[in-house]
Every structure is written in C-alpha cells, then in structure tokens.
Ligand binder design. Sequence first.
Ligand code: 2P0
Length: 336
Amino acid sequence: MWLLNLKPIEAASRLLSGLSPDPVDCFESFAPVNIALCKYWGKRDRDLNLPVTDSLSISLGECGSRTRVCWLPDASADEVFINGCQVEADTDFYRRVVCHIDLFRFLVPGYLRVETVNDVPTGAGLASSASGFAALTRAVAGLMGVRLEPQVMSLLARLGSGSACRSIYSGFVRWRKGVRADGMDSYAQPLSAHWPTLRVGLLTLTAEAKKTGSRQGMRRTQETSVLYNSWAEQVGQDMEKLERALAVQDFDGLGQVVEHNAMSMHATMLSSWPPLLYWLPDSVKALQRVWELREEGASVYATMDAGPNIKLLFESQTEPLVRDCFPDLQVIEPFA
Ligand code: 2P0
C-alpha cells in the first residue's frame, strides 16, 4: 500500500469537474518523445511536479509512446504492460501509472488494462516517461469520453511526469514554470517556429535503465549542489537566447546554448552529494568526437539528459557527415 497524494487528485478534480463522461470500451493514443533544448531539472513543488525554471523542447515527430487502455470488468486492480511485458504491482513504475489513472477515476470508476509500446528504451534517459505519461493522459481521457483542451491535457500530463506536459505538442514547445501554488499556470505551449531542415540524432549507447531516476536525481541536486542556484539563473538567460536563435533560425546560436545548457545541468549533478554521474566512458568518447567535428568546421551539437545516451543536433546538409561518424545513429526529422 502507498500513501495517497491528495494534491494531484485535487488539481485533477478541478480540471475535470463539470465534464460529462461518455466512456468507450478501449482507446488508443500516441504522444511524441520530447528532447529538452533547455532542461527542466528541479522542482518548486514535488507533489505537483512544478519546476523551478522554464524549459524548452523539441518533439520527435512519430517517435514516441503508443498507449492502449481498456476497461477490465470484474477486476480488482489495474494491469500495466510495457512493450508486451506485464509490470509487477510492487514497482514504482506501476504505482505511478495507477496514481495517474486515479486522477480520472472519479469520472468513471473501474480498473483498466494499460498497454504501452515505446519507440525508445524505457528509463534510459531517452524521455520515455514524458511520451508515456502524455500518451496515457490522452488515452484515459479518450476512454472516459471527455474532450479536453490541449492546455488541460498538458496540466494533467504534468501531474504524471513534469516533462510529459511538453509531449502534448509537436514541434518546439515551451513549458512556463508558473508562479501559482496550485500549478494552474504551469503548462506547456507550442511555439510557432518551424525548422524543416533541423535533425535530431539519437545515439543509444545503452538501453539499460538508469540506477538513479530523474525524480531522485533532481531532488539530490537541488538539496546538495552549491551550483544549483547559478543553474537556475543560467536557464533564464538560455531561454532568451534560444528564443532569439529560433526566431532567426540561427543554428549555431541554437546549438551552442543547447550544449552549454546540458553540460551545465550535468555539472550541477556532479557537484551533488553523493555525486551523480549519468555518463559512461562511451558518452565521453562521443562528446569528444562531436567537439572534433566542430573543430573541423561541422555544425553539430550534443545534448544529454538523465542518462548516458547522447542526442545530436544538426541540419540536413550535415547529415551525411554525421551519419558517417556515428553509423548507429537514429536520425529524426521533427518537422517531417
Ligand atoms: C528534461 N529531464 O527537461 C529533463 C532533462 C531529465 C533531464 O524532465 O519527476 O521524468 O516525473 O517530473 O519529467 C526528467 O524528469 O521528472 C526530465 P518528474 P521527469 O527533459
């Protein structure tokens, strides 16, 4: 048994009250993975996943999570499957999925079977929880037969996993931290910038799930790193620089901020106690290769999240060179 967290339930009740459900038997939904160009790392409210800073991401088109939910008549608990394997009820992952369904359960009581297929490895710093909770939010709303505005969908997805609020949209997305204690002004919005030549490369060095989850990692960083406050200040400046670079499609301007932002976030992790290092020796090798490419004149930049895998940013004209250097790279066209 786990303790009931009332704050998200109260927030969801406010967002969903007054709606008339019209349930269907099953509902399937999709949400894209999003990669943060300016990262979310630290919370001002842990129960509601309210961030300390704004963040900005790019959604990865067709690469994401597909979630199917169906009612389970006569069942006494929810069933959760991920990539075809049933998730044990005593795991943190199962508990988080059930808590998210609980936000909606007052609309139509009953237990569900949840089946999710992720296009990227689960729990390896490739943002599967963002796409997963966004797809789950859409699927459960669809199953209950309630039509929700994207802003409400984003607010509800955030209650499952902070970064999931950005996976409600495609393209570039900004999540404003908001200032309200109830979090009702902390949701994501799409940006109008469209950049068809932009490419994101996923370099999966390991598909193994990380030992320290993002939730635990960001808490440790906030509580123990003396660099944390300067990180939050830097994010404010990085957001402005990113928006300027997007407005004029300045790729090098964008790439420099993205890589610097990621390295600075990892510096706060390393200065935590006990130290937090998500990198593997192969991560360092890949980063050094990216820096060599830039010295040779190529415009390619790297970012990393809470895991050892690397994401590369480049434009279409650099794609042949980048593929040549990283033959295992999965190249995504976010605006295809
Ligand atoms: C991001 N990450 O902006 C950053 C960069 C990881 C590094 O959002 O506790 O899984 O569920 O709100 O959303 C990972 O954090 O954390 C994350 P919770 P979440 O993409």
